[in-house]
Design a protein around this ligand. Structure first.
Ligand SMILES: *Cc1c(COP(=O)(O)O)cnc(C)c1O
Length: 427
């Protein structure tokens, strides 16, 4: 069985052959690898070829694949039942575990995907503030809810235009799109729209435009403006949550800005450990606006699924073990510095950054600060590098605007082998 033949077969029955577009390799060209199994830091394709996996299902697999403690928890939960449509103790345990690590929230609601969590969080923000407008940033992804598939309009006084067919202009007319890290636009947007703005949603470290940090002064001012005008600051930590550190990205900002907290947070990916699970949460007064307590409706047949919660809970327990994030951060840093070293030897301009087990690299002279700068980096070189590494058995994300992920299962030898491959490919 070949990847090629599976891709042909898939394209007959699934649009583009994939169930999520980036998997189709459109950005880099070529044939997607069909994965048959995974173990630790490795994934194996249908042809039996092994790859060092730096995608980790786009973030969730922070312990690598098939971690024994997680596997045991999932197997045990599956025996007890797949789904009940009734509450379980494990949902309380997972909620308690998340809240213990995220002091900005008093309550969480569990759902099944990041899209669902972000969409519900925005509905709640609107319901809680009684305002309609939402502000987002170009290059940040918050799932594919209609009102978020939007690009900037012609100016800050005009709202967005849909980026997808099937989204009526009326649906995005309340969404304002600003440039990431642009303080002037932020000030201007609040000057024009503060009293109508329900919330500002942001990826605090943007991982859907490679790896771009929100600068400290930008985040500080964003917090001040939201507080001053009664708009909720929503941290989309679906990617960064329990991935960049045990306290997530908000914990990192709180280190530099004492007392810093978002008003609402959205999680996914790591909290499910590879199973469909996500969550959104806030202070009690906001969360009590949610049904059945309040007027904001939200529901889900499979929400808080018993197998998914077992998987998430086991994952969250592992990452709290002493030294976990120190070791993961160190390993991730060694990967990035190894790649940059290889590029330097080859005379190739490359920059990179990482936090916890999340990283990014660009073929450019300086780190990008916003989406425009990310997309201006050397795409041809990225694509050649991607395919060279893939041939060498290293699986990076198949697009220059995606972040990368290291797991605790990646050994120093895996990193060294990856860097050696990069040396050969970049030469
Ligand atoms: C992945 C992601 C989402 C969407 O999550 P899904 O589970 O794919 O629906 C939302 N926000 C961010 C920041 C993400 O990285």
């Amino acid at each position: 069985m070949s990847n090629e033949s599976l891709f042909e077969r898939a394209q007959k029955v699934i649009p583009g052959g994939v169930n999520s577009p980036v998997r189709a390799f459109r950005a880099v060209g070529g044939t997607p690898r069909f994965i048959s199994r995974a173990h630790g830091p490795y994934i194996f394709d249908a042809e039996g070829k092994r790859y060092v996996d730096y995608i980790g299902s786009w973030g969730p697999m922070i312990l690598g694949h098939g971690h024994p403690a997680v596997l045991e928890a999932v197997q045990k939960a599956a025996v007890d039942g797949f789904s009940f449509g009734a509450p379980t103790e494990r949902e309380i345990e997972l909620a308690e575990e998340i809240l213990k690590l995220v002091p900005s929230m008093d309550m969480v609601r569990l759902v099944s995907s990041g899209t669902e969590a972000a969409m519900s969080a925005l509905r709640l923000a609107r319901g809680a503030t009684g305002r309609n407008k939402i502000v987002k940033f170009e290059g940040c992804y918050h799932g594919h809810a209609d009102s978020l598939l939007v690009k900037a309009g012609s100016g800050l006084a005009t709202f967005g235009n849909p980026t997808s067919a099937g989204v009526p202009a009326e649906v995005v007319q309340h969404t304002l799109v600003l440039e990431y890290n642009n303080l002037d636009q932020l000030e201007e947007a609040f000057k024009l729209h503060a009293k109508d703005t329900a919330c500002v949603v942001i990826e605090p470290i943007a991982g859907n435009m490679n790896f771009v940090r929100a600068a400290l002064p930008f985040m500080k001012r964003l917090r001040e403006l939201c507080t001053q005008h009664g708009s909720l600051l929503v941290f989309d930590e679906v990617m960064t949550g329990f991935r960049v550190g045990l306290r997530s990205a908000q914990g990192l900002y709180a280190k530099d800005l004492p007392g810093f907290e978002p008003d609402m947070s959205v999680f996914g990916k790591v909290i499910g450990g590879g199973m469909p699970l996500a969550a959104f949460g806030a202070k009690r007064a906001v969360m009590e606006k949610l049904a059945p307590l309040g007027p904001v409706y939200q529901a889900g047949t499979l929400s808080g699924n018993p197998v998914a919660t077992a998987c998430g809970l086991a994952t969250l327990r592992e990452i709290q073990k002493p030294g976990f994030f120190e070791a993961l951060s160190e390993r991730t840093r060694s990967l990035v510095s190894g790649l940059l070293g290889a590029a330097k030897e080859a005379g190739v301009p490359m920059v990179g950054d990482s936090e916890g087990g999340m990283f990014g690299f660009f073929f450019a002279d300086t780190l990008a600060q916003n989406y425009g700068q990310v997309m201006a980096t050397d795409k041809e070189r990225f694509n050649r590098f991607f395919h060279g590494m893939l041939d060498a058995g290293v699986y990076f994300a198949p697009a220059l605007y995606e972040a990368g992920f290291v797991s605790s299962a990646h050994t120093a030898d895996d990193i060294a082998a990856t860097v050696e491959s990069a040396r050969n490919v970049l030469r």
